[in-house]
Write a protein of this length. Sequence first.
Length: 382
Amino acid sequence: MTARVALVGANGHGRAHRRRIAELEAGGVLRLVALADVQPIDEVPPGVATFADHRALLAATRPDIVVICTPPHTHLAIALDALDAGCDLLLEKPPVPTRAAHAILEAAAAEAGRSCQVGFQALGSLAARHLFDAVGAGLLGTVGAVATVASWRRDDAYYARAPWSGRRSVDGRPVLDGALVNPLAHAVMQSLAVAAAAGAGHPVLLEAERYRTRDIEVDDTAFARITFGGGLRLMAAVTLAGEDFIPGEVMVTGSAGRAVLEYPTDRLVMPGAAAPAGRIDLLENLIAHRRDPGRHPLVAPLARTADFTTVVQALAGAGVPAPHLVDEAFVTSVGAPPGRVRVIGGINAVLREAAETMRLPAESGVAWAVPAFTESLLQTTG
């Protein structure tokens, strides 16, 4: 039977989901039955119902699968309603803000007997899976360090895209819009997946420096050093105020070799056989999993993202210091609003140095850096 799919959050990034849903529908994989958004929805396909409220959608159309592409702080309530209606979920990243919410969602899915796939599409990369398998098989020897670097730019319009953009909280709920936990979350998730493949255990300590170059409540530049129970360390160094574009690299250093995965493009450089090309589509995988769970395990099940949620909670918690405003002497504005971007001079070299040395910028004497905050993750994971 063809899966009946609904999309909650049809505008904004939801348009990318609509395009992919249309492709799969053309191939006979699914049927789109409904769209929901709090704003008017344009270009609605014939025969597809539209709603302003997800609960009305669930009651009227009873879909098999709900794709949730709404602001992160709304995910949990919508997901619980969809599970209660008997639906499987494709939930955009970041899934939820805390481990408590993560546990609630896992328990609800188990009780309902439904599946929850999280929108970390880079986990479907065949090159990434090749890397995870190689690390797990010991082909790089003992892995002692994992690092990820990305240098992007986001303009004024990006921070005006929605009422929650650049905000720390909305109506008392945490908003996950910092560089590490939203736009560059894939860099963090890929690195955590490598650590898991290396048998590193759970993360136990976070040391982080967070910065901003504009009037926002969250970071646009961040450095996080994560230590795992087995001793492995991970450095994430990312910015949205970058110089030359670095799409996103995950670097794995082992006693017998080194690997570099450019995760947005699935380019993998490592010893041994070349990695296969292509990706497993998350929605198509979820539909196949519904038919035959044993043959088609989920690519990005909610349980696989637990360590990511641990890091998110530590970075975005109420007690975490606000990101430090970088002094104007080190920042340049490029272009005019709404396309204006802010660029930190020399930031790409700072990112690279952090990744290669595992030192945070303040430890390397970077002029604009301030000391890190430290957060134990033991209670969070345990």
